[in-house]
Design a protein around this ligand. Structure first.
Ligand code: E4P
Length: 217
């Protein structure tokens, strides 16, 4: 499963890229606002840190406007992935962009039927928002299972990019279902490394090692 960082914070992205485990980045208008940076500048900087797909979202609601914004965004770097909302105009834009060889991430997906439409429109990625789904009394992980089943039934190449991840169990369940990508806030990615027994184990080994009086090398 690929790991994307769901952030526009450069320091966090650099730190995660240094682990060698970062496969891409997703941003959205709220994350750009949080960064306090210009969308073009910050996206360019992110694209210089990772070779993986970097999602940059259009804000126009009509097809022509989306195409105009996509033109600007895709000129930033070869690894920019244009993010469009799951609407009729969004999918029309998706179809046109992917036909031209541009990566497209269809965002704000909340049903398996929407995911089916995005795959038919040739989306590179579909982003079902599991956290927001759960928040509203739906079952986010059931949505991921349904999409996996449908995409496998028809051999769609669209990658399932699990978004709006709120905790490590979302990551675990996504991996068990066979989702292709999980995009996560940096704190959640870092949290995956942690286990209290790992820390305790290191502490115990170091204590015993000190008692041997040895050193390596
Ligand atoms: C996905 O690409 C979105 O940027 C993101 O995962 C939304 O997460 P949120 O529901 O925590 O805002």
């Amino acid at each position: 499963m690929k790991f994307f960082a769901d952030t526009a914070d450069i320091a966090d992205i650099r730190e995660l890229a240094d682990t060698g485990l970062l496969d891409g980045v997703t941003t959205n208008p709220s994350l750009i606002k949080k960064s306090g940076r210009d969308i073009i500048e910050v996206t360019k900087e992110i694209c210089s840190i990772t070779d993986g797909p970097v999602s940059a979202e259009v804000v126009a609601l009509d097809h022509d406007g989306m195409m105009r914004e996509a033109e600007v965004l895709r000129r930033i770097a070869d690894n920019v992935c244009i993010k469009v909302p799951l609407t009729i105009d969004g999918l029309k834009t998706c179809k046109k962009l992917t036909h031209d060889g541009t990566m497209v991430n269809v965002t704000l997906c909340f049903s398996a039927n929407q995911a089916l439409l995005a795959a038919k429109a040739g989306a590179s990625f579909i982003s079902p928002f599991v956290g927001r789904h759960d928040d509203n009394g739906f079952d986010g992980m059931a949505l991921i299972s349904d999409i996996r089943l449908i995409y496998d039934n028809y051999d769609f190449g669209t990658e399932i990019l699990v978004a709006s991840i709120r905790h490590p169990i979302h990551v675990l369940e996504s991996a068990k279902i066979g989702a292709d990508v999980a995009t996560m806030p940096p704190a959640i990615i870092k949290g995956l490394f942690k286990h209290v027994l790992t820390d305790k184990g290191i502490e115990g080994f170091l204590k015993d090692w000190e008692a041997t009086g040895q050193s390596i090398g």
